[in-house]
Design a protein around this ligand. Structure first.
Ligand code: SDX
Length: 427
């Protein structure tokens, strides 16, 4: 009978150590190393956690080789095509697609909770108008915790759900407030008659009074395709296993700090261009390349080990195949072409990069494919969202993932404070 264990031999001492293999329902199994230091007096060394599982989870699964992603077992393609973002939020939080009654109740609660305390508005006025919206957003969410400081020690399902709904509902309002503050125009409060995504786009783009834009013959209104496109983008960004920002959220959860400062820590981690900040950098990079005939020059820079230049929107720690979310966005771009003005020059440069990189040995040998950030920027630009707001849009989508992972951590009674060790090389 095959033993479900892993034996390690320390060749310095000849001692053998046997560890259980814990079986995954999908993807790699793990060697249970929790007693390794106690047994051997040695640490395992894995600074970027490339071979390390930090937790057990039944929320999201990624198959990096096949390029597959599921939320609670349902494929991202199915959710993006046939469900709204709020349905995916309910699925992540509760483990099932909501019934129509459950969805009505959930939707109504999100609408009612979208408003911000007047005191929070005053905080925004303190920020310089050229503040990056990610800084304003992170500070705004930390400030939100001061209005709910009775939630420092919450530990029951009802409280978790209420806290989750509140933060999911308020983040879009904070993002819209941060944007309008940055361009010096009055805030627009949420409208409870509008659904989640339509409400956000209205708070972002409408004139005071809620009208989108007045023409000689009447008013502009949001196109259904715009609302659907952004709703799909939120769904694609909702959760992604133990990525860098989720790892930060779980780390803050492990110290027992307020859940909203765990989310604002996740926002800060996401800001980096190696992570969520890549979507803003992709557009900046396409604009810098400027024309199709300069693509080769920049591909050469990306391949040059002496050059720190990297192709934004390419490569991924887990996907060694096409990011399935990128495929959905590529399809969405094609659909939007008929109804919205997509920047054809930027799209031509992006297509040229893709065409060259996907046939170049450097990228093929390293399994570097376009990731979600490579395509989202062109669509967001077509939705009249400025690139400084791209990563805040990622935050709106990902908040449900962070808070679901936070709840999973808190409900795991075996969880402990995250406290790695080190390889000391000092005096
Ligand atoms: C997100 O983790 C998640 O799930 C994140 C995310 C989520 O939903 O939460 O999916 C969202 O963050 C997507 C990724 C967005 N970032 C970018 O697009 C930035 C550009 N990509 C790279 O910085 C990089 O690919 C990372 C950060 C995404 C992944 O880096 P890894 O896994 O640490 O890989 P690596 O740096 O070890 O690279 C392996 C090799 C290296 O070459 P060699 O040293 O082997 O010669 O590939 C090269 C790298 O130089 N490489 C690139 C490259 N990405 C990797 N070369 C040129 N351009 C790139 N973009």
């Amino acid at each position: 009978m095959i033993e479900n264990t892993f034996t390690l031999i320390n060749n310095r001492t000849g001692k053998q150590y046997k560890y259980n293999i814990l079986n995954a329902t999908k993807g790699p199994d793990v060697v249970d190393m929790r007693k390794f230091f106690q047994d051997t007096g040695l640490f395992s060394y894995d600074p970027a956690y490339t071979s390390t599982a930090s937790c057990t989870s039944d929320i999201t699964f990624i198959d990096g080789k096949k390029g597959e992603l599921t939320y609670r077992g349902i494929a991202i393609e199915e959710l993006a095509s046939n469900h709204t973002y709020l349905e995916s939020c309910f699925l992540l939080l509760n483990g099932n697609i909501p019934s129509s009654e459950e969805l009505i109740e959930f939707d109504l609660e999100i609408r009612h909770r979208a408003f911000l305390h007047e005191g929070l508005r005053n905080i925004f006025n303190a920020f310089p108008d050229n503040a990056h919206p990610m800084a304003t957003l992170s500070a705004g969410v930390t400030a939100l915790s001061t209005f709910y400081n009775d939630h420092l020690e919450i530990d029951d399902e009802q409280e978790y759900q209420e806290m989750a709904r509140r933060i999911i509902a308020k983040i879009p309002t904070i993002v819209a407030f941060a944007y309008r503050h940055s361009i010096g125009i009055p805030f627009i409060q949420p409208n409870i008659d509008l659904g989640f995504t339509e409400n956000f786009l209205t708070m972002m783009r409408a004139y005071p009074g809620g009208k989108m834009h007045r023409r000689a013959d009447g008013y502009d209104s949001l196109k259904e395709i715009e609302i659907r496109a952004l709703d799909t983008i939120f769904t694609l960004h909702a959760d992604h296993e133990q990525n860098a920002s989720t790892t930060v959220v779980r780390g803050v959860a492990s110290t027992g700090a307020h859940p909203y400062v765990a989310i604002s820590s996740g926002i800060s981690a996401l800001w980096g261009r190696a992570h969520g900040g890549a979507n803003e950098s992709v557009i900046a990079q396409l604009e810098m390349i400027g024309s199709v005939d300069r693509v080769e020059e920049f591909i050469a820079k990306a391949k040059d080990p002496e050059d720190s230049f990297r192709l934004m929107g390419f490569g991924h720690r887990v996907y060694k195949n096409f990011d399935p979310r990128a495929k959905v966005l590529k399809g969405l771009q094609d659909k939007l072409k008929e109804e919205l003005t997509l920047d054809s020059e930027l799209m031509a440069i992006a297509s040229k990069i893709e065409e060259i990189a996907l046939n170049d040995e450097y990228f093929i040998s390293r399994n570097l494919y376009p990731n979600i950030d490579f395509y989202s920027g062109v669509i967001l630009t077509a939705l009249q969202i400025p690139k400084s707001m791209f990563t805040p849009i990622f935050v709106i989508g990902r908040t449900v993932g962070w808070i679901t992972q936070w709840i999973e951590f808190k409900k795991d009674k075996t969880s402990k404070i995250a406290r790695p060790r080190q390889l000391y090389i000092g005096e």
